[in-house]
Design a protein around this ligand. Structure first.
Ligand SMILES: C[S@@+](CC[C@H](N)C(=O)[O-])C[C@H]1O[C@@H](n2cnc3c(N)ncnc32)[C@H](O)[C@@H]1O
Length: 466
């Protein structure tokens, strides 16, 4: 059957799924207290903190609606779903040994655009989620759907149906320079972001931009303020819908290596145009957490979700690194972690080793705990790497296994359910601290639990002392 004749069926099926499927129960497994002082940086006290969920976003959204009462509470929803590009996306790992030796870049599978031959399946998946997002969106909110030429024309038809044609706000063209070109077509250098609201009263604070006069000469129209710079005369106008923003550069500080990471400058423009400090913003296909990272800095609260452990680990590391407060939720699992256990959140194929020591501090009724990262191994080499990649990882594990660890953190009072690290270490400029020291009351006998996350997105959670 022709795709277009299936549109009504796709929409009906999406509505059915949206209503019928039950929600998974998501539980908070990790909580990082932020060190950003919101008052100090002039942000609203409520702003900047957020929730990051690992799991399928439709399940998660149903939970937000039915368990958490968030219907109509989100001021801004931005999504950057897979584009139906018939591709798998890789994260590029650039590992460096402690001695400063750089390994050749390794390509590691990050996520797959799984709807390879099934456009109807893709559209049903997206429509079901757009319907859930509509329920979560505030009456004065806006939704921004980031796509490209593969599907944007189809999705716009569904957006018109779901949000209403009259609630179309903009079609933003994000233009960039990066990427290749072809000999049989003009170089494809833009993505499209569709913006819709739920009604006329949506919040919108677009930035202004310079508009140069013809010939760069003054017009001297009555009541129009004109300015001049080195190029000539201009007026300030509401920003146009074609945006030129560079992609994340190879050496940019914001680069995480996660495939399809979007630039913070792009998200900053969206967030500032569509929300105020303290507002709740969401990204349900969050990847490396670009929306979350910018929200945290701009004093917005955020809710993000991704089904890939690598994405959530990347986003968490990024947020922790910038001092944001964040909780990490996961679809509920029955067993709690016991001493020496490895967390099952990613595939349980990693094991970290530690040396723990305690000594009395003379004159104080405290003990100094010292936890040292001593070993790391993978019980299974990742299938997501090619043969060369696997052999490079094998050599690394034999020679300098700790090089693979990207972040580690310690909770000195682990309750067996939610990991709340008081110390957090991330690799910076190739270096990762190996020792964590903490003064604890003499006779302390709580659970000390350590989490590691490696560059492939594997995590371990190990109780090292009880
Ligand atoms: C294009 S990437 C997002 C990149 C992101 N904007 C960034 O700046 O890093 C799309 C993401 O959607 C995630 N994804 C795909 N289907 C999903 C689903 N059903 N639930 C949650 N996440 C999903 C993928 O794992 C991938 O990380």
């Amino acid at each position: 059957m022709e795709l277009i004749s299936r549109f009504a069926q796709i929409l009906a099926e999406s509505r059915q799924r949206c209503e019928a499927e039950s929600a998974s129960h998501f539980v908070v497994r990790e909580e990082i207290k932020g060190r950003l002082n919101m008052q100090e940086v002039g942000k609203a006290a409520a702003g900047g903190a957020g929730l990051l969920a690992l799991g399928d976003n439709a399940d998660f959204m149903r939970g937000l609606l039915h368990e958490h009462g968030l219907a109509g509470k989100l001021k801004l929803i931005y999504i950057d779903p897979p584009f139906f590009s018939k591709a798998s996306y890789d994260a590029v790992l650039r590992l460096e040994t402690e001695a400063g030796k750089k390994l050749p870049p390794l390509r590691h599978f990050a996520y797959e655009d799984v709807w390879q031959k099934d456009m109807a399946g893709y559209l049903t998946m997206l429509c079901e989620r757009l319907l859930l997002m509509k329920e979560l969106l505030a009456d004065d909110g806006t939704i921004w759907v980031h796509l490209d030429w593969h599907v944007v024309h189809y999705v716009k038809v569904f957006m018109d149906e779901i949000f209403g044609e009259k609630n179309f706000v903009n079609e933003i063209i994000w233009q960039y320079k990066s990427g290749g070109s072809g000999k049989r077509h003009f170089a494809r250098k833009h993505d499209t972001i569709l913006v819709y609201s739920k009604g006329r009263g949506y919040y919108f604070a677009p930035p202004k931009e310079k508009s140069y006069n013809r010939g760069f000469k003054p017009y001297r129209f009555k009541g129009v303020k004109e300015y001049r710079d080195e190029a000539g005369w201009y007026t300030m106008v509401t920003m146009k819908d074609v945006w030129q923003v560079d992609m994340v550069g190879r050496t940019a500080a914001e680069r995480t290596g996660y495939a399809t990471q979007k630039p913070e400058a792009l998200l900053m423009r969206i967030i500032e145009s569509a929300s105020r400090e303290g507002d709740l913003c969401a990204d349900f296909f969050c990847g490396s957490g670009t929306l979350a990272a910018v929200c945290a800095r701009l004093g917005r609260r955020f809710i993000c979700c991704d089904q890939s452990p690598l994405a959530v680990a990347t986003a968490l590391g990024r947020l922790a690194g910038q001092g944001a407060a964040v909780k990490v939720a996961q679809a509920q699992k029955p067993a709690a972690v016991r001493a020496g256990d490895v967390d099952g959140s990613a595939k349980a194929c990693a094991r970290a080793e530690f040396a723990v020591s305690r000594c009395e501090v003379a004159g104080a009724d405290k003990d100094l705990f010292k936890i040292e990262l001593t070993g790391y191994m993978l019980t299974q080499l990742p299938a997501s790497l090619d043969e060369d990649g696997r052999s490079a990882i094998k050599n690394l594990l034999a020679e300098e296994p700790l090089t693979l660890i990207d972040q580690w953190s310690v909770d000195f009072a682990y309750d067996g359910r939610c990991f709340r690290p008081q110390s957090f270490f991330a690799r910076e400029h190739g270096k990762l601290p190996r020792t964590c020291e903490k003064l604890l009351p003499q006779g302390f006998s709580g659970n000390i639990c350590v989490k590691t996350v490696d560059a492939l997105g594997n995590s371990t959670l190990t109780v090292v002392a009880q």
